[in-house]
Write a new protein. Sequence first.
Lengths: 238, 353
Amino acid sequence: MLSAANARLSHKWLMRIIGLQCVIWALSGLYMVSMNIHFIHGESLSREPVVSLPLAEVNYSFAGLMTDYPDASNITLTRVLNQTVYRFQLPASNGRWHLINGATGTLLPPISQQQAVRIARQQYTGTAEIVDVQQQAANQSTTSGSTALWKVSFADLARSTFYIHPDSGQVIRRRHHYWYAFDWLWRLHIMDYDDGENVTNLLLRIASILGLLATFSGLTLLCLQLSAKWRSNWRSSQ
Amino acid sequence: MKQRVVLSVWHKWLALLVAIQVVIWLGTGLYFNVTEGQGDTARQVRQTVHHVGDVGSVSLLPLRQLAAPAPLKAELIWSLGKPYYVLWYNQPAHRYFPLERRVYDAQTGQPWQIGLQQVASVAQRAYRSDKQTASNTVMSAPVLITPPIDDLNNQQNPLWRVNVNDALNTSIYLDALTGHVVTFVNDDSRFRALMFTLHFMDYAGTGSFNNSIIIVFAVLTGMLSLSGAYLLFHTHAVARPLNEFEPHTNTQLTIRDKHSHTHSLCLSEHAGDNLYFALLANDISLPSECQGAGTCGKCKIVTNASMPVTPVETAHLSTQAIADGIRLACQHPARQFSEITIPVALPTSRSDQ
C-alpha cells in the first residue's frame, strides 16, 4: 500500500544498502565538477612556447626530409629546447618518433636525462626545484607503448610531475596530487576500483538501479508529506 | 537531538530542490553504464581519407621563402594529394580551442584555404556507404559555419559542415582551412550528447561539466546525502515498540476530542506502539507532516500523565507548552496514557465505544 510509512521504510532500507555509495557519488561528483578539468590535466603547469622559429636558419628543408625519409608522416618543424628540429614518425619503426636537426639534417639521439630536466624546467610555470628525475620502466608505461618516459618531479605542494617522451621530446602528460585525487574519485564514482576504465561494470549497474529505487521511494515520501502538509494547511484555512 | 530535527527539515527541503536532478543523474548514469562501448554508428560510416599524394613528384618550396611571419611551429600536411604548409601562431592544449594558423600551398607558396568543391570531395571520400545505399546517398553542399555549433558545444573554431540524407542524419564536420575531417555526428551521437548535457547539467551549452549550475546542485546533493547518512545512522527518535513479553499496563484509553466529546478506545495489541501509530491503527489521524517520524512536531496531544520529556519534544515545544501537559504522540508508548485530549474532532458514533 502506498503510504508515507511504507515509503519511509523502503527509503530507509534501500538507503541502508546504497546510501554510502550515494554519499560517494555526491562528493566525488562535487570534486570533479568544481575542479577545472584543464587544471586537473596539468595544462596550467606548462607555458605555451613564445619563441618563433628562425626560418632563415632552417637549412635542411622539408623537401630534403621527404627525399631522405619518403615514408615520414606527421612532419612538424618545431623547437625542442633551443634547437629547431623536425619531428616525424616512420612506419618502418612502428610509428616511432624521430628528431632531426633543422639546421644540419642530422638525426638526433633520444632525449637525455639532462635534456629532459631542461625541457621540464623550460615549460614549468612554477618556481619550485626539481626533486626527482627518473626513467620509467618500459613495461610500466601503458599509454606510450614500450617507451620508457622521463619522469621529472617538482618540489611544489602538488608534486607536479612532467612525463617526457625520449623520442619526440614532448611533454606527453602532466600529473599532480589533484590529478591523482580526481582519478581515484572517478574510480569510486564509476565503481571500477582497478583501473577506472570500465564504465559498464555490473556493480555500477546494480548500484544505479538500487539508487534509483531509493530515490523514487524518497521522492514518494516527499510528495506524500508535502501533500499532507498542504491538505492540513488547506483544512485550517477553511 | 535538536540537530536531528534541524537536519531532517533540511533533508526534506534539499530533497525538494534536487530530487529530480538526482533521478536524472542516476538515470543517465545507468544509460552510460548500459550503452558505453556499444557500436558507435557515427564511426561505422567514417573511413580514412588518404590525402598523401605522390611524394616523389612534388617539389616543395623551402619554408624560408614563404612570405609569412615566423611561426611557433610548421607542419607539412596533404589535402587531396597536394602538399601544404600549416604555420601555427599558437599552440593550445586542445584542437577545439581557438587556433591561430595560416596555410600555404607548399609548391607555390601562395596562401591557401580549401574550397567548397574540395570539401565536398573530402566528405564523399570520408563517408562509407554500402553498395545498396550508395546511389541514394545525397550530401548537402558544404557550409562554413562559425561557433557556437549545436552539435559540438566546445568547438571554438569555424568548421565546414556537410549533411548526409542517411537514416541517422549524419553530419560531417571538416577543418575550415585544411578540409581534414574533424568528426562525424549522427542522431545516435546527438542523443548521447543530450544524455551528457543532462548528466553534466550543461544547459548553457558550454560543452564542459565545470559549470556553476552543476556545482551548486552538487553542493546541495552533498548536503542532502550527508544529512541523510546522519539521519540514517543516528539513534532513532521515535519511541520504539515495547518488548512483546512486557505486560501492557493500559489498554483502555479515554480520548477527549476537539468538541470536548469523550470517546473510549481499546488499544489491545497496539498498546505497545507509540501513541501516534496506536491512534492511526484505530483510524484516528493526528495532524502530522512526517507521519510519526519524530521530525515535524505536529502530533500534539494534552495529557495529565507525568512522563519524561524527550529531546524531540524539547526541540519542538516551549517550556510553557510542556508545563501545560502538551506532548507529542509519536514520542511515547500508548500504554503510558489513560486519558488524552486531541485537537481533532471524532465522529460521535465513536463515543463510548
